[in-house]
Design a binder for this molecule. Structure first.
Ligand code: ADP
Ligand code: ADP
Length: 240
């Protein structure tokens, strides 16, 4: 079964078609890059995958369910199996790193003020482990907003690692970073996919075509809400 399956999916905002009849299958374990200019429909496509965006027509299946039709509880369950990484890291600055790293397990919309009391010793160990793998082991109890931008990026990735999702959706995770740091974050992001016995699936939108080719298995090019390119990364050449 595909991890993500879109069949003839369109999303319209009034007259504008953000996604225009896309059919796309992502196999479990695959790392797929969505590339294309701003406005091509990358965010909308990612939004379809976790139910934030509802299709105007067509069928969406993610990890065996349809996020647009799932009930509140089923959608919550589905979203726990999906990890998200954004350009805005969605970390809660005044909280300590350990609490941010564990936030994913409580669901994105959990009452975060209660996090402090909900975190158990086992989770502290998991958080410490995840931070170590991201190379910032020493920051478990630091206040999150005292960390540098690069360190905060690692905290966001450690949170995904602890959540242990089957599918990772990343929307422009590196677009605000300089090339060296973008490379590093992509390396960490792809590395954490390998940490699980069942390899996790990644769908990531990227501006930088070279970055997509270097780090992903497959490159899907979008333009005006349509797929204009769909190739294994090792077959992409100067034509594109
Ligand atoms: P990308 O992520 O590739 O930049 P988006 O998916 O954000 O593209 O946007 C695709 C198109 O849909 C754009 O033309 C954008 O202006 C439009 N769009 C996206 N979200 C909305 C919205 N909530 N309301 C109206 N138009 C939107
Ligand atoms: P409250 O109602 O107590 O003010 P909310 O639950 O509405 O808090 O969350 C406030 C903000 O924090 C929201 O914008 C939400 O996006 C963000 N947020 C809430 N829970 C989490 C979480 N577990 N991880 C990351 N961000 C969160």
């Amino acid at each position: 079964m595909a991890a993500v399956s879109l069949r003839d999916v369109s999303v319209s905002y009034g007259q504008r078609r953000a996604v225009d009849g896309i059919t796309l299958q992502v196999r479990p374990g695959e790392r797929v890059a969505l590339v294309g200019p701003s406005g091509a429909g990358k965010s909308t496509l990612l939004g379809l995958c976790n139910g934030i965006v509802v299709p105007s027509s067509g069928e969406v299946q993610v990890l065996g369910s349809d996020p647009a039709r799932a009930s509140g509880r089923a959608l919550k369950r589905l979203r726990r199996r999906i990890g998200t990484v954004h350009q805005q890291l969605h970390l809660i600055g005044p909280l300590r790193v350990v609490h941010n790293v564990n936030a994913g397990q409580l669901g994105r919309w959990g009452p975060w003020r209660a996090l402090r009391s909900l975190i158990r010793p086992l989770q502290v160990d998991q958080a410490r482990d995840a931070l170590a793998r991201m190379g910032i082991a020493g920051h478990l109890h630091s206040r999150t907003d005292r960390l540098s931008g690069g360190e905060q990026q690692r905290v966001a990735l450690a949170r995904v690692l602890v959540q242990d999702p089957e599918l990772v959706l990343a929307d422009e995770p590196v677009s605000s970073l300089d090339p060296a740091r973008a490379e590093e974050v992509m390396r960490l992001l792809c590395g954490l996919l390998e940490e699980s016995p069942r390899r996790r699936t990644l769908v990531v939108s990227l501006h930088d075509f070279d970055l997509a080719v270097r780090h992903c298995d497959r490159v899907v090019g979008l333009r005006h809400g349509r797929v204009v390119l769909d190739l294994p990364a090792d077959e992409v050449d100067e034509r594109a």
